[in-house]
Design a protein around this ligand. Structure first.
Ligand SMILES: *Cc1c(COP(=O)(O)O)cnc(C)c1O
Length: 426
């Protein structure tokens, strides 16, 4: 067996399909976000502007957050020293879990090493513990949720994205008596659209289903205290399990669920992904809590983000660029094919010192390849105009289309049967 050749072939397939991923080597500079130092393949360094960060509010460089991390590391050391069960449960982690439960007004919360792990562990454990459970899963759910559903081994049905008539149909077919778990997201990260949470909660009540929401792209950013879309709409108590991350708007790392005490205790007690791994380090937990606590009482970052996202949409749209309309902070510019999308991203970086990672199939459906722009409160107006001018030049030089009907794009691509594949996304 030619093992080396086998892996080379696997990589060649990705290259041929224009899906081979190249990572940008970045050195973020505290206090200068969204500016950073980029190094090319020859290690030549230069300063660029990041326009695709999930550090949505710049909290990764917030003074309180950095200080909490430094001071805690100084006092408590670097690592946790064990799994949660065997000596790793540290004081800042306990305080972080309390703060998260308070954020979502739930009885308890549980912290994991990442949002990915929290979805995989919680969905699979909860579904497994419910006898004869049927999982109803939104078509565009994140790879980590799909992993959780798969790993549970229970029967699943996929409902068309945000399609309440289809969800109702599936619930009716299952009947009121069969136990059911509905899993979905609040903000979908690629199209920036929002789930009809109230309708889903109503259906869940009518058909006796449990509800699980991923608020990863909403926590910190929506609601008066930054608890997400459920908080903004007054629906936190109508969703059974709320999952989030500390790695995006909170700017640090780690994932969590919040729910009733018995649900959290069951996941704590049964999920291997939680039990058999080392606890998060105290410094990281203290930093995450500083960020969460800050955003509970400060809306300045949220307002700044909404304002700059709106400005970006208006300025790029007015320039005739194919901006996909969204109701959130996510600003997708449609290219519509993989090669052009990658070429646009390369040219932006090489000629304009602007970094936007291309998003291609299978993360998004074919024909909807895009540049996904995420303005933060720290992207000022001058940067937005720079971005506009750079995009216009790139569109011109590459002959990319401007007259794409972006309003119907995703729905069309999805209806053509080009489902997002779960395994390679992200
Ligand atoms: C990023 C993401 C996750 C995973 O969160 P991490 O903390 O980065 O592991 C989960 N769900 C969604 C929808 C995401 O986009």
């Amino acid at each position: 067996m030619d093992y080396r050749g086998l892996f080379e072939d696997a990589i060649d397939t990705l290259r041929r399909e224009k899906r081979y991923r190249v990572f940008a080597d970045l050195e973020r500079v505290a206090g200068k976000f969204p500016r950073a130092v980029f190094r090319d393949a020859a290690d030549n360094a230069r300063e660029i502007t990041i326009w695709c960060s999930n550090d949505y509010l710049g909290m990764g460089q917030n003074d309180k957050v950095i200080t909490a991390m430094q001071e805690t590391a100084g006092k408590l050391g670097a690592g946790a020293g064990g799994t949660r069960n065997i000596s790793g449960t540290n004081r800042p982690l306990v305080e972080l879990e309390r703060s998260l439960a308070d954020l979502h007004k739930k009885e308890a919360s549980l912290v994991f090493t990442s949002g990915f792990v929290s979805n995989e562990a919680a969905i699979s454990t909860i579904a497994r513990l419910i006898p004869n459970c049927l999982v109803l899963s939104d078509q565009l759910n994140h790879a980590s949720m799909i992993a959780g559903v798969r790993q549970s081994g229970v029967e699943k049905k996929i409902f068309r994205h945000n399609d309440m008539a289809h969800l109702r149909e599936l619930l009716e077919a299952a009947g009121k008596d069969r136990p059911k778990l509905i899993v979905f997201e609040s903000v979908y990260s690629m199209d920036g659209d929002v789930a009809p949470i109230k309708e889903i909660a109503d259906l869940a009540e009518e058909f006796n289903a449990l509800t699980y929401i991923d608020e990863v792209h909403a926590v910190g950013m929506y609601g008066p205290r930054g608890a997400g879309i459920c908080e903004r709409e007054g629906l936190m108590d109508r969703i059974d399990i709320i999952e989030g991350t500390m790695a995006k708007a909170f700017g640090v790392m780690g994932g969590y669920i919040t729910a009733s005490q018995p649900i959290v205790d069951a996941v704590r007690s049964y999920a291997s992904e939680f039990i058999f791994t080392t606890a998060l380090p105290p410094a990281l937990c203290a930093a995450a809590r500083a960020s969460i606590d800050h955003l509970k009482q400060s809306s300045a970052e949220r307002e700044g983000q909404q304002r700059q996202a709106q400005r970006t949409k208006e300025i790029l749209g007015a320039a005739g660029l194919p901006v996909m309309p969204t109701e959130t902070h996510i600003v997708p510019i449609i290219v519509g094919e993989a090669r052009g999308c990658k070429a646009a991203s390369d040219m932006l970086l090489e000629k304009h010192n602007i970094y936007i990672q291309p998003i291609n199939y299978p993360t998004v459906p074919k024909d909807t390849e895009r540049l996904r722009i995420t303005p933060t409160p720290l992207h000022n107006d001058e940067m937005i105009f720079e971005l506009r001018d750079a995009l216009l030049q790139v569109w011109d030089q590459l002959g990319l289309p401007k007259n794409i009907d972006t309003s119907q794009l995703t729905a069309q691509a999805l209806n053509s049967g080009d489902l997002v594949l779960p395994t390679i996304g992200g």
